[in-house]
Design a binder for this molecule. Sequence first.
Ligand code: 8IG
Length: 283
Amino acid sequence: MSDAATGAGPVPDLDDPTTDPSDVARAAAARIAELTGVERHDVALVLGSGWGGAADLLGETVAEVPATDVPGFTAAAVVGHVGTIRSIRITGTGKHALVLGSRTHLYEGRGVRRVVHGVRTAAATGATTLVLTNGCGGLNPAWKPGTPVLIRDHINLTATSPLEGATFVDLTDLYSARLRAVAHEVDGSLDEGVYVQFRGPHYETPAEVSMAGRIGGDLVGMSTTLEAIAARHAGLEVLGISLVTNLAAGISAEPLSHAEVLEAGRAAGERISALLADVVRRI
Ligand code: 8IG
């Protein structure tokens, strides 16, 4: 086993093309085990815009570490995103959740490996389930800001992949039907939708939103699809939940603002926190 795989010795550089990103993920997982005292995690959650407080009801926080203390992670770049990694003992199950409070977005220009490093690290900590959350724009005018929507499938418009070389991964059932059923048991009123990832960081034009709808999309955002692909490659079962924080451009007459996004997250906080906690306890 290499030094990286045991957590001893120098960690290879994620940006070096000769580095295997899973070696860095293993080093990160070893460091998380060391810093949290939790040998193995069962489920991992990535908290996106509006979801920052949603892990608080999951259980008791065992440890919280700055993401920058863990190999391969970089500081959070977006206001409203939390740059910590938390280990939580899930109430009533004895399982452990790894909560990634920040994500690297493709639009930051740090490369796809950084975008999916958290997901690969989660898999290396032992997690078998991944919950991806995000804030996004909605195409359905019935989805008022603050509406959570389950991701049924995605369309990746980033023109890139987290997988390198001839890595042919089947994405037929990427967003687990089993986990969506669990979410429906918790809240029978949840709608489902197809999430379309654009690169960003600009929001879409109304014409692009119209296109997203015509090709089968219901939600538009700047994250999640690359992470979901990396998760499937790593063998994780994936649940995706979007918080519609704004109507997508052109769906409403109002212009989009990041302040609106943060406010919708605050207003929906209680409902989505309870939803997330109830779903995770049943996973
Ligand atoms: I929050 O309307 C949030 N993120 N692409 N479009 C895109 N990303 C988003 C949006 C949106 N709202």
